[in-house]
Design a protein around this ligand. Structure first.
Ligand SMILES: NC(=O)c1ccc[n+]([C@@H]2O[C@H](COP(=O)([O-])OP(=O)(O)OC[C@H]3O[C@@H](n4cnc5c(N)ncnc54)[C@H](O)[C@@H]3O)[C@@H](O)[C@H]2O)c1
Length: 372
């Protein structure tokens, strides 16, 4: 088994150095390979997925995830695991033996699904694998904003509290009261796996009212998760204290939340976006935050990524930001890696993967036109 030479010792995307090192240890270990199938990883994944794949196949890690690198390598491989790398027509075209691409994660905006289907390459994802992690991140951001931890901590560090006086007197110097979540309303845009978990935490945990918009989920299913269904986003905007976005990025969702949306929201409301950059219009958001149209924003995703340092949101104090790490937790990385590996195992071992994005082109691996 070969470890491909790496040009860059650092992990390019949101994997950790520890995961990279562990994956490399496994990749370089001596393990009996039981079939001739070969699997390429574009980026490091949690060791559990590497272990599962290595028990059955030859597994290599690409030296870097650039398109030209993957194109130069993919001709030898039957399966590809990708994280943030874009699956392009060029990669699919060069993958003469490629039968299945397993997306490590749930977003599909880096996949050219029509091109994969055209090339008869099966696509899979890992639904729900990071739902708890991202939901916790979204709720955490809402708490930080509503409790105003950032402002309170700044006043503490500035010395505002470092003077004698009664607690009541000192508290009056803050100039604001923080908010209780109980009884407040959170509106969910999209009510899939992540939003449902957000709903459970907010409804059961905090006693919040949860409302949601998703044309593809019934009122009955929403109700099972404590969500009251609304037919439009617009109806929810004047009602919510927290607006949390959980839709995939598609032509229909791009700029879905914009200046018209902010104009309908309460001035105390905060918005959380852990889905994808570009669904919330950043320029309109910066304007709404500057003018006090809304109170705050919690963002894990940007357009473009990585965000430019002159992004106006960077200079605003009522914004908290993280660099697309909502799913980069120990549990989510383990779940995504395991599920991504299982999707490949299921197919190359003769079965039908559970989480197919293009099931219409499924044939057993023994009948795949790219048998190689
Ligand atoms: N920040 C991160 O690290 C991170 C991690 C995981 C997922 N995400 C993003 O979060 C998104 C949601 O993840 P999920 O696991 O809940 O996915 P999911 O597929 O379970 O849920 C998405 C929901 O959006 C709904 N939807 C689709 N188009 C819509 C539209 N136009 N209007 C309203 N609803 C619409 C779908 O019906 C579905 O219920 C992903 O697509 C991904 O972009 C981000």
């Amino acid at each position: 088994m070969e470890i491909l030479p790496r040009r860059n010792q650092k992990c390019r995307s949101n994997g950790t150095a520890a995961i990279l090192e562990k994956s490399n240890d496994l990749l370089s270990g001596r393990v009996e390979v039981k079939t001739l199938y070969k699997v390429l990883l574009t980026e490091p994944i949690d060791p559990i997925g590497v272990k599962l794949l290595k028990e059955h196949f030859t597994v290599d890690l690409a030296p870097d995830p650039k398109e030209e690198t993957i194109v130069s390598l993919i001709g030898d491989y039957d399966a590809l695991v990708i994280r943030a790398t874009k699956l392009t027509e060029n990669i699919l075209d060069a993958g003469k033996k490629l039968k299945i691409v397993s997306r490590h994660g749930v977003g599909q905006d880096n996949l050219d699904i029509p091109a994969a289907t055209h090339h008869k390459v099966l696509l899979t994802t890992t639904p729900g694998a990071n739902a708890h992690s991202v939901a916790e991140h979204a709720v955490g951001m809402a708490i930080v904003l509503m409790k105003r931890y950032g402002e309170a901590e700044k006043l503490l560090r500035d010395g505002t509290f470092n003077q004698p006086g009664s607690l009541t007197g000192l508290l009056s110097k803050i100039g604001f009261v923080n908010e209780v979540l109980e009884g407040k309303t959170i509106a969910l845009v999209g009510t899939g796996a992540i939003a449902k978990r957000v709903a459970e935490i907010c409804h059961v945990g905090f006693g919040m009212n949860v409302i949601g918009y998703d044309p593809y989920v019934s009122a009955e299913v929403m109700a099972e998760h404590g969500i009251k269904k609304y037919e439009t986003v617009e109806e929810m905007l004047p009602l919510c204290d927290v607006l949390s976005v959980h839709v995939p990025k598609t032509p229909a969702t791009e700029n879905m939340i914009n200046k018209d949306s902010f104009a309908k929201m309460r001035r105390n409301a905060v918005i959380i976006n852990t889905s994808r950059g570009g669904i919330v219009n950043e320029a309109d958001l910066a304007q709404a935050l500057c003018s006090g149209q809304i109170a705050g924003a919690g963002l894990d995703v940007f357009s473009p990524e990585p965000p430019l340092l002159d992004n106006p949101l960077f200079s605003l104090e009522n914004v908290i930001m993280t660099p697309h790490i909502a799913a980069a937790s120990d549990g989510a990385m383990y779940n995504m890696s395991k599920c991504a590996a299982e999707n490949i195992l299921e197919y190359l071992e003769g079965g039908k993967p559970r989480f197919l994005l293009n099931p219409e082109i499924y044939v057993p691996v023994s009948e795949h036109p790219r048998r190689g």
